[in-house]
Design a protein around this ligand. Structure first.
Ligand code: CP
Length: 300
């Protein structure tokens, strides 16, 4: 694998290899990317993905060149195509981390790039590095992936993180998925078709209270305001699932609450001190996974 574009590229052998690199990085300093340059090219806003990739590169001894708002501050404003920008950046960087508002943008970039392209989120498409860090969080916190039950909650129509994680979970045994969303924000047919093909059991429901006591992982997501063309529609769904301590009390003893973040109001801050709330720990695991991925794609 040269470019990292979608979760379907990963099998269990490769996932275990990335996890093993991440485990080792937690315990020792590593300057193996000294002399390498990473370009972070972000056409959509980000806090975690951009900073964590940049921090990962710096912690590995490498360097970073960056544009945090390429839509406004790169030559895209003058009409330069994504392909031409990528061809140019190939002269400056050894790896390109790309976030873009269009589904498929990373794939397009990979077709013209000699440097590895890492998809850091492409519209409502995928976010494979988030999915890997989510899976790593599950493994670290629950000690297993096979046999888990997980509820994906919220805006499943627009959520690229749940798309990518569902694809990865399709590689494991006896996983059960509950998709919890309003009818209008249901998960895409492509994912359900994939899960059926890999014989992963899933259920769709609008009612969180009916499933919350059955799951090992409650994966909460934000209603994605920026994906709605009509603000009235967004207001209709905003706040439709809010996790509070009353709901947390219904969860299994050894279960966890995850969120890719940013959070708006879908998990109340009163939940943050619960031992089940691992969403800020998840961010730390993300740094290790992104260090591991950079080491992997830039291996000699
Ligand atoms: N989880 C995630 O992708 O966060 P950012 O949008 O802040 O990068």
């Amino acid at each position: 694998m040269y470019h990292i574009l979608e979760s379907q590229q990963f099998d269990q052998i490769l996932i275990n290899r990335i996890f093993s690199i991440a485990n080792k990085l937690e315990k020792k300093t590593d300057n193996s990317l000294k002399g390498k340059i990473m370009a972070s090219l972000f056409y959509e806003p980000s806090t975690r993905t951009r900073f964590s990739f940049e921090s990962a590169m710096l912690r590995l001894g490498g360097n970073v060149i960056t544009t945090e708002n390429a839509k406004e501050f790169s030559s895209a404003v003058k009409g330069e195509t994504l392909e031409d920008s990528i061809r140019v950046i190939n002269n400056y960087a050894d790896v390109i981390v790309l976030r873009h508002y269009e589904q498929g943008a990373s794939h397009r970039a990979s077709l013209v790039s000699d440097a590895p392209v890492i998809n850091a989120g492409d519209g409502i498409g995928q976010h494979p590095t988030q999915a890997l860090l989510d899976l790593y969080t599950i493994k670290r916190e629950l000690g297993k992936i096979n046999g888990i039950s997980i509820a994906f909650v919220g805006d499943l129509r627009h959520g690229r993180t749940i798309r990518s994680l569902a694809y990865l979970l399709g590689k494991y045994k006896k996983v059960k998925i509950y998709f919890v969303s309003p009818k209008k924000l249901k998960v895409g047919e492509d994912i359900k078709e994939y899960l059926r093909r890999y014989k992963i059991s899933y259920v769709e429901t609008e009612y969180l209270e009916t499933v919350i006591s059955h799951v090992d992982v409650l994966y909460q997501t934000r209603i994605q305001k920026e994906r709605f063309s009509d603000n009235k529609e967004y207001q209709k769904y905003k706040g439709c699932y809010r996790i509070n301590l009353h709901l947390v009390a219904k969860m299994k003893g050894k279960s966890i609450i995850m969120h890719p973040l940013p959070r708006v109001d879908e998990i109340l801050t009163e939940v943050d001190n619960s031992p089940k709330a691992v969403y800020f720990k998840q961010v730390g695991y993300g740094l290790l996974i992104r260090m591991a991925l950079l080491k992997y794609v830039l291996r000699p």
